[in-house]
Design a protein around this ligand. Structure first.
Ligand code: RBF
Length: 162
């Protein structure tokens, strides 16, 4: 039976030997804080040691690809989670930033040769964002899923390279 929001889990992964980075934007900070907290607590739940979780912030989502690259160059990470929250406004910024960041992060994981976990919420309203950060009554914190995805992908990629 799949757990809601987590998809079908194929096995339990052990993150105790992994070093994971989190890069997050600071726009929409209430939602961001909940997502980062969710990702961090899931990493720890899966065995990643606190000292092996490094967090860096950037001003906004547009800076996520470059921030992720900067963190990746600073140390040897097994995976990096990039977290941002875009909320649609009345101009076209949402479409341009969402498109640029999605492509930027996808390209980056090939360039860096480590998993880059896509933690960008692209929401039409603030309420949608809050629901996806688990801060409304029936919400679910997607940061938790991103923590799980980081440990799974880092483990699979490390095994494939052995
Ligand atoms: N960054 C976000 O992370 N989320 C947003 O919802 C967001 N909205 C923006 C709206 C406008 C009109 C502009 C100009 C920027 C916005 N940004 C947002 C900031 C953007 O990602 C970036 O930090 C700045 O444009 C500086 O490069």
């Amino acid at each position: 039976m799949p757990i809601e929001g987590l998809g079908q889990i194929d096995q339990v992964y052990d993150g105790s030997g992994l070093k994971i980075g989190i890069v997050h934007a600071r726009w929409n900070d209430k939602v961001i804080n909940a997502l980062v907290e969710g990702a961090q607590s899931q990493l720890k739940k899966m065995g990643v040691k606190s000292e092996n979780i490094e967090i860096m912030s950037v001003p906004g989502s547009y800076e996520l690809p470059f921030g992720t690259k900067t963190l990746a160059k600073a140390a040897s990470f097994d995976a990096i989670i990039s977290i941002g929250v875009l909320i649609k406004g009345s101009t076209m910024h949402f479409e341009y930033i969402a498109d640029a960041v999605s492509h930027g992060l996808m390209r980056l994981q090939e360039e860096l040769n480590i998993p880059v976990i896509f933690g960008l919420l692209t929401c039409l309203t603030e309420l949608q964002a809050e629901e996806r950060a688990g801060i409304t009554e029936n919400g679910h914190n997607h940061g938790v899923d991103w923590g799980s995805a980081a440990v799974e992908m880092a483990t699979k990629w490390n095994n494939a390279r052995k």
